[in-house]
Design a protein around this ligand. Sequence first.
Ligand SMILES: Cc1cc2nc3c(=O)[nH]c(=O)nc-3n(C[C@H](O)[C@H](O)[C@H](O)COP(=O)(O)OP(=O)(O)OC[C@H]3O[C@@H](n4cnc5c(N)ncnc54)[C@H](O)[C@@H]3O)c2cc1C
Length: 390
Amino acid sequence: MSLIGLNICVVGGGIGGLTAAIALARRGASVEVLEQAPVISEVGAGIQVSPNGMCVLAALGVADDIQARSVQAEAVELRDYRASRLVTRLNLGLLDATQKYFFLHRADLIDSLTQGAKAAGVTVHVGQKAVAVQAGHPASVTLENGDKRTADLVVCADGLHSIGRGALNGTLAPYFTRQVAWRAIVPNTIDHPNVARVHMGPKRHVVTYPLRDGSGVNLVAVEEKGAWGEESWATQDDPANMLAAFEDFCDPVKHLMRGAQAVGKWGLFKHPVALKWSDQGVVLLGDAAHPTLPFMAQGAVMAIEDAWVLAASLDRTDDLAAGLAAYQERRFERVSKIVETASKNAWRYHLSFPPLRFAAHSVMRFGGAVAPSKMMGQFDWIYRHDVTAD
Ligand SMILES: Cc1cc2nc3c(=O)[nH]c(=O)nc-3n(C[C@H](O)[C@H](O)[C@H](O)COP(=O)(O)OP(=O)(O)OC[C@H]3O[C@@H](n4cnc5c(N)ncnc54)[C@H](O)[C@@H]3O)c2cc1C
């Protein structure tokens, strides 16, 4: 189906929505993005974009700008929490030269995508909160201010609390995963190398990696909690609370934590992968369809892959419904497997029974020492997957 002249309304100007807007507009669709926030922005935090996301961004013509704002990652290191002893190292240098893995500030990624969307002819409207979507021909979006937009296709890239997901799959509230995350960007006081470090402790882990010119470090500290008592799913917290929760962690981690001026605290909520991704001109994308725990650093990258596959699937058929069905078909198994792998990492990172932790770490340490490429190869199905080549 040619996308030329197709009217598409994207609800949500996050990473998924903007990437989808670029992908669809570059194939000829007339695209507008409706974002509820007063400005297109992101939380003050970092993000890892692995090669399977970068190949889409390259195909969409925005990778150079993103790369110029990023730190190229050399490795992912798993370390023990107390002595920072290396458990295993995924050497990202073992990937092909064209496969690059980056760390960047979310605001930089969003800015590059916004510029890319505008260059592709997309209109971006801010301060436009959608309150309902209606499947049909045309499909429609009702805004909080009472306005109504109609379109051949409404792409709901509106995240965890998606109204599109509710319309297509029922309005169950997301469930608390028993994980909370503190996030901060802190001064790089430890000369952090260009690696993502995961310090693994009982029921907790901390991820750190450098950003921009290396003067700042992105810090995510995750702890298992029985309940999320806050009213909102995201709140500000006193950095002292984060430090207290990780006071038995090694000095480099605590040193970084002490530099935090402000920390955000998130309850990590989730839905199962949606069973129904589309209906008569309404389709889900990114977290709206498949929210995940962040423990594989793949949530946004999956949304980026979705964006390409959605546009390509529509381009390949003459029928909108068939194109939307092909999109879900091409994505469902892969995203389900990634979501499941991320959930298993919660268990792997947070082992609290010392003999079990010792055994598991020994296996990883041995595997990484004798067969580093095999260790890295376990992730080929994620990192080497190129949806633009399908
Ligand atoms: C601690 C943490 C670390 C993470 N690290 C990584 C990482 O390193 N790599 C990675 O790939 N992923 C990571 N993720 C996951 C990633 O952040 C999400 O998967 C990704 O942001 C999903 O993108 P999205 O565009 O689908 O949804 P969102 O980012 O949620 O964007 C949705 C957009 O829609 C807007 N919106 C919502 N409702 C409406 C409405 N009704 N009307 C209009 N607009 C609306 C929102 O304002 C927002 O701009 C991490 C997540 C967490 C919590």
